[in-house]
Write a protein that binds this ligand. Structure first.
Ligand code: ADP
Ligand code: ADP
Ligand code: MG
Length: 513
């Protein structure tokens, strides 16, 4: 059943600068356009011809290609926002989205930051502080240290208390970086120093702590929305256990393992977590869940999440519009009781990367793209034919979001859409994602974060190279089109060619190649 539609008031925000790039920048601008809000893009050298630049109402160059000189350049971004009279800045995800200093600078410049206030970002951005805050709010956290590890002896004592295996984690960590699994006591010192140096170089902060390693874990997170008037709602969970290197690649909702009772409890814990920091805006409470459905707070992401569209699809709410309404001071227009999960949604992250080569990014020029369409299918992307995917940024190039009446329908439809999805010129994770949809462990629903490691042989299976070769398909479809246009082919010949398009040798002979 769809949620009740209510009229929504106009916001005071008339122009939004999107301080981001790629699919998320375009996705945010789409909602702005629907709300009658003007959009401003900012871009680096490498992104001169990027989709977000073409899509926006206005676009301004902000610096060289490395993100430190462009998408992370706070001074330059604020200069542009002031010069073009933007009322608000949407930071997207990554880049400046979880930067408390940026949120504060926006406030000081009289520009609304579409996201939480600086105090909430700092309290949640530091994992040690977040754990303390959650303990005080009676939200269960993974057993572990309450302060940063100062010496190896303290770490060794800790291991005695909580038992091996443990995770050494960077307090400032994100994107799966700065984490080490420790299985043997003798490895603790080397793991701490490795996690420290990774954290120092990635986040400029080498504080690390220890928490118990949850065996056979599920990553389940809850979406929340909180307004400036003290109203907080949760929009149910997303199951994100299909991960490589602690990074999600497939997400689905509802989680196939949660019971209604545990879902309700976790939803309440998520709301309590948000309240504990007077949260405002859209946010995500991540939990790690063991196979007895005990759940523990992992971290809070104080921003829009990559996988937010599956929640949008199942709950029927545009989260970006809600973020904008909240930032402009409006009250939430939905009550908790009105919300429900309708059907099942799956998101596949399509990366320009080579799964067979340890998921190595493979940026380059896109020579062909066929987007899947049809019932229940949404694609959020930003690449087009001829676009050169820059080497400087995250290799995520598109997200396929599919809805079905139930999980089985959603899986069948995702597989169909993945089969239609073709990208040539760069290596992509499309084939890998297709293999996930056919993996019995995924179909069975009770998979853990070890799913990819445990199924790697099946997942790396290449399809028949001929059938999957987009370059060939482009030649073949162009040829069929040509035959059709000049009407040199009889209908029978056309049908035979179409039915046998996979028979490459036959087509080659027709083409006299
Ligand atoms: P999710 O939204 O599900 O948490 P990811 O963990 O993959 O997705 O992170 C989203 C994006 O933000 C990715 O582009 C990732 O590289 C980036 N990111 C995440 N955490 C950080 C961080 N602490 N610093 C810089 N970039 C980050
Ligand atoms: P990040 O900020 O990099 O996203 P998280 O704390 O959210 O870091 O952890 C990322 C992933 O690492 C989790 O989704 C999970 O797969 C794994 N992980 C983190 N902590 C634990 C733990 N204590 N036990 C088991 N797995 C963990
Ligand atoms: Mg996380």
């Amino acid at each position: 059943m769809a949620n009740k539609v209510k009229p929504k008031g106009q916001t005071m925000i008339k122009k939004v600068l999107v301080a981001n790039r790629g699919e998320i920048a375009v996705r945010i601008m789409r909602s702005c356009r629907e709300m009658g809000i003007l959009t401003v893009a900012v871009y680096s050298d490498a992104d001169r011809k990027a989709m977000h630049v073409l899509y926006a109402d206005e676009a301004y160059h902000i610096g060289a290609s490395p993100s430190s000189e462009s998408y992370l350049n706070i001074t330059r971004i604020l200069e542009v926002a002031k010069a073009c009279n933007a009322d608000a800045i949407h930071p997207g995800y990554g880049f400046l989205s979880e930067n408390a200093f940026f949120s504060e600078k926006c406030q000081q410049s009289g520009i609304k930051f579409i996201g939480p206030k600086p105090h909430a970002i700092s309290q949640m951005g530091d994992k040690i502080t977040a754990r303390k805050t959650m303990l005080a709010a009676k939200v269960p956290v993974v057993p572990g240290t309450e302060t940063a590890i100062t010496d190896d002896q303290q770490a060794i004592r800790m291991i005695h208390d909580i038992g091996l295996p443990v995770m050494v984690k960077a307090s400032a960590g994100g994107g799966g970086k700065g984490m080490r699994l420790v299985k043997r006591a003798e490895d603790i010192e080397s793991s701490i120093s490795a996690a420290r140096s990774e954290a120092k170089s990635a986040f400029g902060d080498d504080a690390v702590y220890i928490e118990k390693y949850i065996e056979s874990p599920h990553h389940i997170e809850f979406q929340i929305l909180a307004d400036q008037h003290g109203n907080v709602i949760q929009l149910f969970e997303r199951e994100c256990s299909v991960q490589r290197r602690h990074q999600k690649i497939i997400e689905e909702t509802p989680s196939p393992i949660l019971t209604p009772k545990v879902r309700e409890e976790m939803g309440k814990a998520a709301v309590a977590a948000a309240r504990a920091v007077n949260y405002e805006g859209a946010g995500t409470i991540e939990f790690i869940v063991d196979n007895q459905l005990n759940y523990y707070f992992l971290e809070m992401n104080t921003r829009l999440q990559v996988e937010h569209p599956i929640t949008e699809r199942v709950v029927g709410i545009d989260l970006v519009k809600e973020q904008i309404r909240i930032a402009s001071g409006q009250k939430l227009t939905y009550q908790q009781e009105e919300l429900q999960q309708n059907g099942h949604a799956i998101e596949c992250r399509v990366y320009a990367e080579d799964a067979a080569n340890n998921f190595m990014p493979d940026p380059g020029k896109v020579t062909h793209i066929t987007i899947p369409y049809g019932v229940g299918v949404r694609v959020d992307g930003y690449i087009y034919e001829g676009f050169e995917i820059p080497t400087f940024y995250d290799p995520l190039i598109a997200k396929l979001i599919v809805w079905g009446r139930n999980r089985e329908d959603a899986i069948e439809r995702t597989l169909r859409a993945l089969q239609e999805f073709k990208i040539a010129g760069v290596k992509t994770s499309l084939n890998f994602l297709e293999n996930i949809m056919t993996a019995p462990d995924f179909k069975g629903g009770n998979y853990t974060t070890h799913f990819i490691d445990e199924n790697i042989n099946h997942l790396l299976n290449e399809k028949d190279a001929c059938a999957d070769n987009c370059e060939d398909m482009v030649v073949i479809s162009a040829f069929l089109e040509y035959l059709y246009r000049i009407r040199k082919a009889s209908p029978k010949e056309m049908t035979a060619l179409k039915n046998n398009w996979k028979d490459y040798s036959r087509i080659r002979s027709v083409l006299k190649l």
